[in-house]
Ligand binder design. Structure first.
Ligand SMILES: Nc1nc2c(ncn2[C@@H]2O[C@H](COP(=O)(O)OP(=O)(O)OP(=O)(O)O)[C@@H](O)[C@H]2O)c(=O)[nH]1
Length: 300
């Protein structure tokens, strides 16, 4: 008999005891977040996307009075960041290499000077070896003085063969030779080191296009220095226009306190992060893990 009344009363209590998160509440909170993200080197377009996602998750959500709104907002922010970090295209490198019918699997590395390309190639060679694959490196940076000796030293230390010509020789020819060498000996992977370059250097950009044309790589990987912050988004875009980038390796994440580059780059050029460099040793290369990155961003 009192059932109906009870129901009405309890729904009234629920209504009074809970508030709805309004667009205005969220807007105010997002304003602070926006500044923080921009300061942490997150690209503007990524900030906008994050804000939109957070708004969608929160506006209209009903919360019981007395519950900690901060926790709810924090959860929404983390979910949104994880969504931005999670790229729709996931590359399982080992799987990709193993499933290629004809050896070798060819990877060309591109990036600005000093981004950590050569060190990263050595780290990756080390990682591939540990995973049971054979590797040869092509010393296709025939431009910068000392580059050949540098990559040679790395190759020696990680115990992989290096194919080299002299300075000023055609880098595409070096890469081609490395591929022929791998074919003849059944080597699984060819890693091509290229000269660091920027868009302003037209000759080097054209040369890089030629390396890609000649080697027809399975992957072109952009190596970016996380310390460069927002600037690497622009660098990656320039390379992506010249030769399509399939994946990214972010270096020096051990020294980057902000992490904004990681949040922006995959999104900005539409290619996933494959690995991150977390130190100068050969083992300091980690397959990229979104959850790890999320921890790093919200850790403290
Ligand atoms: N802390 C830290 N240092 C790194 C990492 N990766 C590379 N480095 C350092 O960055 C410096 C530059 O690395 P290189 O590998 O020489 O750079 P590069 O891109 O080949 O340089 P170019 O040949 O000029 O294009 C070296 O001192 C590396 O030890 C990393 O993940 N963390």
């Amino acid at each position: 008999m009192f059932g109906k009344l009870k129901e009405k009363l309890s729904s009234f209590v629920d209504k009074v005891a809970q508030t709805e998160i309004s667009e205005k509440d969220v807007e105010n909170a997002l304003w602070d977040l926006e500044l923080e993200l921009l300061e942490a080197d997150v690209a503007l377009e990524v900030v906008d996307e994050l804000k939109e996602k957070i708004k969608q998750k929160l506006v209209g959500q009903k919360v019981k009075i007395g519950t900690n709104k901060r926790e709810i907002v924090e959860k929404a922010v983390k979910e949104a960041v994880l969504e931005v970090l999670t790229h729709e295209r996931h590359i399982d490198l080992l799987e990709m290499i193993k499933s290629k019918k004809e050896k070798p699997f060819v990877i060309v590395f591109v990036g600005f000077n000093g981004s950590g390309k050569t060190t990263t190639i050595a780290k990756l060679a080390n990682w591939l070896k540990k995973n049971g694959l054979s590797v040869v490196i092509a010393a296709s940076d025939t431009f910068r003085a000392g580059a050949i000796e540098q990559v040679e030293e790395h190759a020696k230390r990680v115990g992989v063969k290096l194919i080299k010509h002299g300075y000023k020789s055609d880098p595409a020819a070096v890469a081609y030779d490395a591929i022929e060498h791998a074919k003849a000996r059944g080597i699984d992977v060819v890693l091509v080191d290229t000269a660091g370059r920027n868009e302003l250097n037209r000759n080097l950009m054209d040369e890089m296009k030629k390396i890609v044309r000649v080697t027809k790589p399975d992957l072109v990987i952009f190596v970016g220095d996380a310390l460069a912050g927002n600037a690497i988004i622009e660098q990656a875009r320039q390379f992506n226009e010249a030769v399509r980038i399939d994946g990214v390796i972010l270096t020096k994440l051990d020294a980057d306190a902000r992490g904004g580059a990681a949040l922006s780059i995959a999104h900005a050029i539409g290619a996933p992060i494959l690995f991150v460099g977390v130190g100068q040793g050969y083992d300091d290369l980690m397959p990229f893990d979104e959850k790890w990155m999320l921890e790093k961003i919200f850790g403290e």
